[in-house]
Design a protein around this ligand. Structure first.
Ligand code: F6R
Length: 264
């Protein structure tokens, strides 16, 4: 694991966008796993700027989103498809046929549909770089506490905490979806490289448990400890409860003279 501490959200956004952009430049037909949520907005804005000003080319990139609310049509302002369109896709030259997001309007045959989503990830050659946020309860994707650490894409009921956190995005009085389709922890762990972003004090407990706590289905992000190539990019507020903060801060300094290609 590599833990990168950033002083503020701007630095976090720039670092995450820099990692994504250099992966795309190295492999223009990269398969990207994408998350939604407030933490990703600044990162996507920076990628859009790089596309506009630095010719970052997404024409061959393939994308798979982690999750979608059940019951929201693609044009609903709170659907994750709408979020992706507004915050990233309409600002870059991604080919619409290369975009994959679970279908929130699916009414039946969820198992079949979710198995087909997994198949399309496999057919694309697997996820090269998976971007994640983290919930207050330690979820990644919508893999709520007590999700199997081997889980695959499936229908998942959302916890009260997640519903509370996301209610602010819905109009008052509007019914909020209680379920989502999400890729599983097993699916996420198969990505070749994983980058998790966390900002803000509401995430500090989840971040500390995910990085330094035991591996447990109660904090599904802790499963990332099993992955061979995972980077956490965390701002000061989200890093507040990490016991080894000082070590993470010094790690890049201490290893600088060896110029290793891998630190995790
Ligand atoms: C969304 C997703 C979630 C979010 C997490 C953090 O696609 O997979 O796991 O990444 O809930 O959300 P924010 O960034 O809004 O705090």
């Amino acid at each position: 694991m590599l833990v990168m501490l950033k002083t503020n959200r701007d630095e976090l956004n720039r670092e995450a966008a820099r990692i994504i952009a250099s992966a795309v430049r190295r492999d223009p037909s990269l398969t990207l796993g994408l998350a939604t949520g407030s933490t990703t907005i600044g990162v996507y804005a920076e990628l859009a700027r790089m596309h506009r000003e630095e010719d970052l080319d997404f024409s061959k990139v393939v994308t798979f989103n982690l999750d979608e609310y059940v019951g929201l049509p693609a044009n609903h302002p709170q659907s994750f498809r709408f979020f992706m369109q507004q915050n990233l896709f309409r600002h870059i030259n991604v080919n619409p046929t290369n975009i994959h997001i679970p279908d929130g309007m699916r009414r039946d045959n969820y198992d079949e549909y979710c198995a087909a989503y997994e198949d399309s990830i496999r057919q694309a050659g697997g996820i090269d770089l998976q971007i994640l946020g983290i919930g207050r309860n330690g979820h990644i994707g919508f893999n709520e506490p007590a999700s199997s650490l081997g889980s695959r894409t499936r229908l998942k009921a959302l916890t009260r905490e997640t519903l509370e956190d996301n209610r602010k995005f819905f109009a008052s009085g509007e019914e909020m979806p209680k379920c989502a389709i999400t890729v599983g922890i097993g699916t996420i762990l198969e990505a070749r490289r994983i980058v998790l972003l966390a900002a803000g004090s509401s995430k500090s407990k989840a971040v500390a448990l995910a990085i330094e706590g035991p591996i447990t289905a109660s904090v599904t992000a802790s499963a990332l400890q099993l992955h061979a190539d995972v980077t956490f990019i965390v701002n000061e507020e989200a890093a507040a409860e990490l016991a080894q903060k000082d070590y993470y801060r010094r790690i890049l300094e201490l290893t600088a003279e060896f110029t290793p290609s891998r630190l995790w």
